[in-house]
Design a protein around this ligand. Structure first.
Ligand SMILES: [Zn+2]
Length: 46
Protein backbone atom coordinates (compact mmCIF):
# COMPACT_ATOMS: atom_id res chain seq x y z
CA UNK A 1 0.00 0.00 0.00
CA UNK A 2 1.20 3.43 -0.83
CA UNK A 3 -0.15 6.63 0.60
CA UNK A 4 -0.14 9.82 -1.33
CA UNK A 5 1.90 12.38 0.47
CA UNK A 6 -0.31 15.00 2.04
CA UNK A 7 0.24 18.46 0.69
CA UNK A 8 -1.47 21.37 2.37
CA UNK A 9 -3.38 23.79 0.29
CA UNK A 10 -5.20 27.06 0.69
CA UNK A 11 -7.07 29.57 -1.41
CA UNK A 12 -5.27 32.38 -3.17
CA UNK A 13 -6.13 35.75 -1.66
CA UNK A 14 -6.27 37.24 -5.13
CA UNK A 15 -7.91 34.83 -7.51
CA UNK A 16 -9.52 32.57 -4.94
CA UNK A 17 -8.26 29.37 -6.46
CA UNK A 18 -6.83 26.78 -4.14
CA UNK A 19 -3.16 26.20 -4.55
CA UNK A 20 -0.97 23.49 -3.23
CA UNK A 21 2.09 23.66 -1.09
CA UNK A 22 5.34 23.95 -2.96
CA UNK A 23 8.80 23.06 -1.92
CA UNK A 24 9.94 26.65 -2.38
CA UNK A 25 7.46 27.74 0.27
CA UNK A 26 8.47 25.24 2.88
CA UNK A 27 9.97 27.93 5.08
CA UNK A 28 7.22 30.48 4.77
CA UNK A 29 4.03 28.69 3.89
CA UNK A 30 2.26 30.66 6.63
CA UNK A 31 3.07 33.89 4.84
CA UNK A 32 2.14 32.73 1.38
CA UNK A 33 -1.13 34.30 0.31
CA UNK A 34 -1.13 34.06 -3.44
CA UNK A 35 -0.95 31.17 -5.82
CA UNK A 36 1.66 32.77 -8.02
CA UNK A 37 3.97 35.66 -8.49
CA UNK A 38 1.48 36.99 -10.95
CA UNK A 39 -1.26 37.16 -8.34
CA UNK A 40 1.12 38.50 -5.73
CA UNK A 41 2.07 41.41 -7.97
CA UNK A 42 -1.37 42.02 -9.34
CA UNK A 43 -2.80 45.40 -8.47
CA UNK A 44 -5.69 45.59 -6.05
CA UNK A 45 -8.92 44.51 -7.65
CA UNK A 46 -9.57 46.69 -10.66
ZN1 LIG B 1 -4.01 33.45 -7.53
Amino acid sequence: MHRKPFLPQKPCQRCGRPFVWRKKWERDWEQVKYCSERCRRAPERA
